[in-house]
Design a binder for this molecule. Structure first.
Ligand SMILES: *Cc1c(COP(=O)(O)O)cnc(C)c1O
Length: 344
């Protein structure tokens, strides 16, 4: 694969902004190079533009090299940068699966990049052949989300590997829910596939959605392009500091994720026993896609009970489906009580 051929020509040619901290990153006693306020406020200095301390910690936790890692303001920043690095507006295309996470299409629309949707099967399974046969001459990026949102299932890894091997562009594997599944992460396949980008986030199992911290894993060559186009100081110092502290709690996070997995299994069984539930799709994430007799009526009723779930009934293969996040034991109990008291 020739990466420079995939990157937009203006991105290839541009000279990135060079910040004061780019031009001198070493030690010094007196820093008069960035027009900062010299009086100590705790926040008067610009943060490390490459988040070196935080990356060292995350890289060792994820068993990758620091130069295989980009950190963004949520993984949504990484999705946006991928579109801007690789896709020429009004010319190039991306492929997404249907149904899937909504941000790929939104980022493409902002960038004026066309989207080809390849349907998953009615059981939300992936066929590599149908994805590969949808590839056109302008297809630069394929987005695959596994476990998939909103369906919750793991997509078949052999089918995914076939796509990565045979597609001559970039394949993005969005692993936002990786901490809830038994499936292996594609971060350990980076050496094998030069065209692979893996996304993960601290917004779900790690319980830090408010912090806005997402990760992209890729070859050092691809990561260099992320660094070239990102805003110079894309992660603020409070987020970097707080993340360093919270990363110490990896065992507790593991425990929380396990607890949520058990709660999901229990909730699935309990939902299946309700007469208004027509089916619950198998999930490897922290949510369940549930098919009801009449999802609109249930959705409105739940709102009247002040329980908010996500209406996915308009999505492909999701007729009469609501997506329900696994909550605390008490929240799940109240959800079930409310559903039980629904009168058809
Ligand atoms: C929640 C979610 C994300 C997370 O995005 P952040 O910007 O990191 O909060 C990414 N991808 C998928 C599929 C998600 O469901």
């Amino acid at each position: 694969m020739n990466l420079d051929k995939l990157v937009r020509s203006n991105i290839l040619a541009m000279k990135p902004y060079s910040s004061a901290r780019d031009e001198y990153a070493g030690d010094g006693e007196i820093f008069l190079d960035a027009n900062e306020n010299p009086f100590e406020t705790g926040l008067n200095r610009y943060p490390d533009p490459y988040q070196r301390k935080l990356k060292a910690k995350i890289a060792s936790l994820k068993n990758v090299q620091t130069n295989q890692l980009f950190l963004g303001n949520g993984s949504d920043e990484a999705i946006d940068l991928i579109l801007r690095i690789f896709c020429e507006p009004s010319t190039d295309e991306i492929i997404i699966l249907d149904p899937t996470y909504g941000m790929y299409q939104v980022s493409a629309a902002i960038q004026n990049v066309a989207v080809r949707k390849v349907p998953l099967t009615p059981n939300f399974e992936l066929s590599a052949d149908s994805v590969l046969s949808a590839v056109g001459s302008g297809t630069k990026v394929i987005f695959i989300c596994t476990p998939n949102n909103p369906s919750g299932n793991d997509l078949d890894h052999d089918e995914i590997k076939k796509i990565i091997s045979e597609f001559p562009g970039i394949v993005v594997i969005d692993e936002a829910y990786i901490d809830f599944t038994c499936a292996e992460s594609f971060t350990q396949s980076l050496e094998e596939f030069a065209n692979l980008i893996v996304l993960q986030t601290f917004s779900k199992a790690w319980g830090m959605a408010a912090l806005r911290l997402g990760m992209a894993f890729a070859s050092p060559e691809i990561i260099r392009y992320f660094n070239k186009v990102k805003a110079p100081y894309n992660l603020n110092v409070l987020a970097q500091k707080e993340a360093l502290i919270r990363l110490e709690e990896a065992p507790e996070v593991r425990q929380m994720a396990d607890e949520l997995k058990h709660a999901r299994i229990l909730l699935e069984q309990q939902l299946k026993s309700l007469p208004i539930v027509k089916g619950v799709f198998p999930s490897a994430a922290n949510f369940l896609l549930v098919r009801f007799e009449n999802s609109n009526a249930i959705f409105d009723y739940m709102i009247s009970r002040e329980i908010i779930v996500r209406d996915r009934s308009k999505a492909l293969h999701c007729q009469d489906c609501l997506r329900i996040t696994v909550g605390t034991e008490e929240e799940n109990k109240r959800l079930l009580q409310a559903l039980n008291s629904f009168k058809v």
